[in-house]
Design a protein around this ligand. Structure first.
Ligand code: SF4
Length: 391
């Protein structure tokens, strides 16, 4: 029987083990690199990630040095209370050794039960690299079969069959392009004996691929409040579910809607992060964001291109701004502000303080050419501002 889950998704029988962690925001998203040999028109990667050989742990850009990158990703998993991770890209198989190093270190650090799933495309998989991943500790592999090109599916199916001979969960994950039910059902029919689950994703559009969607005559669903869901994707997915319920009643199949991803998976993860990242001066809003009292440097504060500036700041500039911060802290203390009420935020290169300090010392702070502000921001690594009110 098809069921609507409490996460705004639909399933037949159950959802996969990996998805159970995801919907509660308990998975770290480890983005291995933006390199990929495919060029799917619906590829959701942003410009700053696509085709870039850079790894990310959730929203945190990781260092080029692999040992450092692993350490940073582990820090991010800890602050997010992650109990598992989903490894994605790009194609993680194009950076196989990097992927394996991450998996091994994570398993060593968090234990074998740290549930790890990985997204792969069958083209670059083979018996050897699949065995290496399984041996490193991957618990669940999700293949993304080719759905558009008219090439025979047999080769891809054979890879999935090889994977199913190893000790891990094997599934397929497909974005549902409207009116492609027949092709998707053909894939499911051919492979269902070799997989333990099917994930169907609601098709979403982003600024970078909007034009390509238009070329395929795919339109945004104007009735959907998110504003980036493709009209007809959910309808087609539910048709597939209905067909499977009737013809393959034993199959585990999950339709993950855009709301499931954004309201549950992403938002829950942020709520957990906010609880751990919050300082004694911050308040968590009802949306899971942080209300903060901030003092910015006058040459580094939210303005045009701020996100880019924070993510790409070089060590030399960072060091220089840190020196300014330390100098200014001394000056703030001289005004009579208790040292304990000024926290240096070394990631965003600013101070976090209490509302009392901002209210009482606002003019003195401004006299140092610093910028006091009331800020609502995302609890992500780079604390991206949603609203900034300079005092
Ligand atoms: S396989 Fe994934 S990462 Fe690669 S182009 Fe397609 S959607 Fe993008």
């Amino acid at each position: 029987m098809i069921q609507k889950t409490k996460y705004d998704s639909y399933c037949l029988n159950d959802i996969s083990k990996g998805c159970k962690y995801c919907v509660h925001g308990k998975k770290l998203v480890l983005f291995i690199s933006g390199l990929c040999s495919r060029n799917c028109f619906y590829c959701p990667l942003s410009e700053k990630r696509k085709n870039k050989d850079i790894a990310w742990a959730n929203e945190r850009k990781l260092s080029k040095n692999l040992n450092l990158a692993i350490k940073e990703a582990i820090e991010e998993a800890k602050i997010c209370g992650s109990e598992g991770m989903g490894i994605t890209g790009g194609d993680p198989l194009l950076s196989l050794q990097r992927t394996i190093r991450f998996i091994k270190k994570f398993k060593k650090n968090f234990g074998k039960s740290f549930h790890t799933h990985i997204y792969l495309i069958p083209e670059t998989a083979n018996g050897k690299n699949l065995r290496q991943l399984q041996k490193a500790g991957v618990d669940e592999v999700r293949f993304h079969p080719t759905i558009l090109a008219n090439k025979p599916l047999e080769k891809e199916m054979n890879i999935i069959k090889i994977a199913s001979g190893l000790k891990w969960g094997v599934g397929i994950e497909i974005p549902v392009i409207p009116r492609m039910e027949k092709k998707i059902l053909d894939i499911i029919n051919k492979i269902r004996g070799h997989i333990s689950f099917v994930n169907l994703n609601e098709l979403e559009v982003s600024d970078i691929n909007l034009r390509l969607f238009e070329k395929f005559n795919l339109k945004i669903d104007k009735k959907d409040p998110t504003g980036y869901v493709i009209k007809g994707s959910k309808k087609s997915a539910l048709k597939i579910l209905k067909y499977c319920a009737k013809n393959y009643p034993e199959l585990l199949i999950h339709f993950c809607s855009a709301r499931t991803k954004n309201i549950f998976q992403y938002k829950q993860r942020l709520i957990i992060r906010a609880k751990h990242a919050k300082t004694k001066f911050d308040k968590i809003t009802k949306y899971g964001d942080l209300d903060r009292n901030i003092i910015y440097l006058n040459n580094f504060y939210p303005s045009f291109g701020y996100e880019n500036k924070i993510e790409n700041i070089c060590n030399k500039k960072k060091k220089k701004l840190m020196q300014e911060i330390i100098k200014n802290k001394k000056k703030l203390v001289k005004f009579g502000i208790d040292e304990k009420e000024i926290i240096i935020d070394g990631v965003n290169l600013r101070f976090i303080t209490s509302r009392k300090v901002l209210e009482k010392f606002s003019e003195q702070i401004k006299s140092l050419k610093l910028k006091p502000a009331l800020v609502e921001e995302l609890p992500t690594y780079y604390s991206l501002p949603l609203e900034v009110n300079f005092l």
